[in-house]
Structure formats: structure tokens, C-alpha cells
Design a protein around this ligand. Structure first.
Ligand SMILES: Nc1ncnc2c1ncn2[C@@H]1O[C@H](COP(=O)(O)OP(=O)(O)OP(=O)(O)O)[C@@H](O)[C@H]1O
Ligand SMILES: [Mg+2]
Length: 404
């Protein structure tokens, strides 16, 4: 909705939509800058957090920081789970690197003895996507050798031609790289092995993996050295002050007709639980509702119940609708605890289910169901074996649902 003064609604609820004002996250950005200063890269970055907490927009905001410091940036969005196989990862890698190397040529190699055809690395053609893919395919050995060869060749060319500091590889939704032990396809292990090996050889690449909280445990499970190789930033809800910034800064322009008093700001902050997606969603609704009421000559107020109902329909209901009756029963048990959004353990749910359900769950059944819910991104298991909802404030939503 655009106002009579032409001031458009600035709030941007959505996946990866840059907010009108990026609140907080200074510590994470500082940490990233520190990592960029490494002479030999040993530490890399993991960004994790619940759905909608701001991983993608933070990742995007790191790109200019890296560029300013002379790093090249190769970014990949892995949200298509199907694309996260070894061979697709190779194609993506070549495509991203080609954007950095497309116009650059390798110096012509010294002539070889007669009878030896030049290898794919040894021409002075520009390092286009096709060339990089050819290098990948024609490098002998294991997939990890092929990966390393492509990255190394690209880096040699970039370094020789434009004095870059290094290359940042940023993978969003990286939980989709999970290795499937039943398959021979190990994209996550491959990425970790290739990166670690190149870093040891002094190639300045820096890896950022961003994804749901399942990501880091998966990485450590795939390769125990991941624990030493990464700094983990767990993005949490915004603090009270940051929440206020996220709400107020986008409307502080003098031409903005919306003014919020302290009470309204506090109410929005409370309803959002400090979660960025909810802040954007609620503020967008409040902006429109306030202006409508002002136009109608009424006193503006935050229409809390209407907004909550809309949020339930737009954000939560779809996820809830895809569950089976038994899965809903189990999640209701979890949400019936004193703190609906706090962590829970299998044993705790088994006990609670005996108290609240006619047909309680056995621990082994719960274990199995939580596994299925985790693979659908609804819950996640931390390294101590406790579970949480991967969707913020899901417990509160479940409580609002009746028994059906
Ligand atoms: N620090 C912030 N301040 C204000 N708004 C933010 C902030 N971080 C994120 N947002 C807003 O929150 C919403 C969700 O952000 P984003 O898509 O980056 O989350 P995400 O963690 O990547 O979610 P998902 O797990 O679903 O991929 C967007 O509308 C974005 O504009
Ligand atoms: Mg995201």
C-alpha cells in the first residue's frame, strides 16, 4: 500500500528479501571480517539458525564486505535439494567460477615434446564454463581431485590477472548437501575434503555454509575435522534494542505518515518474539492497517488478533496441513509443555504423552517420528540429542490450534 504522501510500505516479509534496515548482526559481520584477514585460511564460517531468522540476508550483506577487501565471491543457493548431488555441485561450481574467470586467460604453456597432446589445463583459451567443466571431467582420479583441480586452476588465473586476495565460496541452504550414506554420492564430504586440502596447500579460499541448525552436526558427522575448520555463528532472535531498530528505522523518514508510540513498538516486538521474518510481516500489516484507520478518521492501533490470524494462515498453516494426524498429536504433546517452544527430549515427550493422550507414544516410536519430522525441516536435533522446532514460535502456533 502506498500512502497519499507516496511513501510505500517499506517492510519486506519474504525469503531472502533484503529488509529496509538490517538490525543487529554486528558480531557476525565482525567475525566474518576477522576471517577475511587470515593470511593462511584455516577457519571458515557456518551461519545457522531457525527458519526466517535472517541467514540469507546476512549472507548477502557479507558479499560487499568481502569485495571491498579484495576477495572474489562465488555464491550458490542450494535450496533445490535435488541439485545437491556431486555432479550438480560440480556444474554449479564451474558456473560460479566461470563468472569470475570468464574473461581471463591462462598464460600459454611452454611447448611440449612431440606426441603429447596438451591437457585441458594447458591452453590459453579463456576459462569459460565449458573449459572449467572440461578440466573437471578430464582430471584423472577421484571427485575430490577434480574439484581441487578446477578451483586451483581458476585461482591461479584470478591471482595472476587481478591481484585478488582469495575466493569466498558461499553456500546457502547447505543442509541440502547432506550426505546420504545409502548412496555413493557425498557432496558435503567432498566439499569439506577439497576445501581443507586446498587451504592446506595455501590456496586462499574461504567457505561459508549457511543453513538450518541441522547443518553443523551433519558436517561433523561427515568429517570430524569440520569441528576445527569452522567458526559457527548461531543467528538468534534480535535483542529488544535491535528489534526496535528493525521496526523504527524504516519509518523514521519525515515523509513517512506512520508514527508508532512506544507501546505499539513494544507490542510488535512481543508478538514477533524478536524473529526477523515476523517483525517484517507484522510491521507490513501494521503499516497498512494504521494508514487505513487514519484515513477513516479512527485512532490507529495494532490489530493484534487479525495479524496473528493472518500469520497463522500465511506462515504456519501450510506446514501444519502437511502433517499426519499422529505427527500432529506428537507435536501437540511437545507444545503442551510449560514452555511450548523450548527444547525437548524423547523420554520427556513419552512421559508427557502418557499424561495427555489416550493413545500415548512409545519412546522408539517418538524417536522414529522425530527423525521423519527432522528430514522435513520441522524439528532439529542438537548434538546432545535434544530436539527443538526448526520453525520459530511453532509451539505457540500449535497451542492456538484446537484439538482437531
Ligand atoms: N537483521 C534483520 N533485521 C531486519 N529484518 C531482517 C533481518 N534479518 C532478516 N530480516 C527479514 O526477515 C525475513 C527472513 O530473512 P531470510 O530469508 O534471510 O531468513 P532465513 O534465515 O534465510 O530463512 P530460511 O531459513 O527460511 O531460509 C526477510 O523478510 C528479511 O528481510
Ligand atoms: Mg534463507
Amino acid at each position: 500500500m502506498t500512502t497519499a504522501t507516496g511513501f510505500p510500505n517499506p517492510f519486506r516479509p519474504g525469503a531472502g528479501h533484503p529488509p529496509p534496515y538490517l538490525a543487529g548482526r554486528a558480531a557476525e559481520r565482525d567475525e566474518f571480517q576477522r576471517l577475511l584477514e587470515q593470511t593462511d585460511v584455516f577457519e571458515n564460517l557456518v551461519l545457522t539458525g531457525l527458519r526466517g531468522v535472517g541467514k540469507t540476508v546476512l549472507l548477502d550483506s557479507l558479499r560487499p564486505i568481502a569485495r571491498e577487501r579484495g576477495w572474489r565471491w562465488a555464491g550458490v543457493d542450494l535450496s533445490e535439494a535435488a541439485s545437491a548431488s556431486e555432479s550438480n555441485l560440480a556444474v554449479r561450481l564451474c558456473a560460479d567460477l566461470a563468472l569470475l574467470t570468464g574473461g581471463l586467460r591462462r598464460p600459454r604453456p611452454a611447448p611440449r615434446a612431440v606426441g603429447f597432446a596438451p591437457g585441458p589445463h594447458e591452453t590459453d583459451e579463456p576459462l569459460s564454463f565449458d573449459r572449467l567443466l572440461a578440466i573437471f571431467r578430464e582430471t584423472p582420479g577421484l571427485a575430490v581431485d577434480k574439484f581441487k583441480s578446477v578451483i586451483r586452476t581458476a585461482w591461479d588465473v584470478i591471482e595472476a590477472s587481478d591481484a585478488a586476495r582469495g575466493i569466498v565460496f558461499a553456500y546457502d541452504e547447505a543442509q541440502n548437501l547432506t550426505d546420504h550414506p545409502d548412496r555413493r554420492d557425498l557432496p558435503l564430504s567432498l566439499l569439506l575434503d577439497a576445501s581443507q586440502s586446498l587451504q592446506r596447500q595455501g590456496v586462499p579460499i574461504l567457505l561459508i555454509l549457511s543453513g538450518l541448525p541441522t547443518l553443523f552436526p551433519q558436517m561433523v558427522e561427515a568429517r570430524t575435522f569440520a569441528e576445527r575448520m569452522f567458526r559457527v555463528c548461531f543467528l538468534d532472535r534480535l535483542s529488544d534494542g535491535e528489534c526496535e531498530d528493525a521496526i523504527r528505522k524504516p519509518i523514521e523518514d519525515s515523509s513517512c505518515p506512520l508514527r508508532l508510540n512506544r507501546e505499539s513498538v513494544a507490542q510488535i516486538a512481543r508478538m514477533s518474539g524478536g524473529y526477523p521474518y515476523f517483525i517484517q510481516f507484522i510491521c507490513r500489516e501494521v503499516f497498512d492497517a494504521f494508514l487505513l484507520r487514519l484515513e477513516e478518521g479512527q485512532t490507529p492501533a495494532v490489530p493484534a488478533r487479525e495479524i496473528e490470524a493472518k500469520l497463522d494462515t500465511d506462515f504456519f498453516a501450510g506446514r501444519w496441513a502437511r502433517l499426519t494426524d499422529r505427527q500432529r498429536d506428537l507435536l501437540r504433546v511437545a507444545a503442551s509443555r510449560e514452555e511450548p517452544d523450548s527444547e525437548f527430549a524423547v523420554r520427556e515427550l513419552a512421559e508427557r504423552s502418557r499424561e495427555v493422550l489416550d493413545k500415548p507414544f512409545s519412546p522408539s516410536h517418538i524417536h522414529q517420528m522425530l527423525g521423519a519430522l527432522a528430514s522435513r525441516g520441522l524439528v532439529f536435533r542438537n548434538r546432545y540429542g535434544r530436539y527443538s522446532f526448526a520453525v520459530p514460535l511453532f509451539g505457540r502456533f500449535i497451542r492456538r490450534q484446537g484439538a482437531t
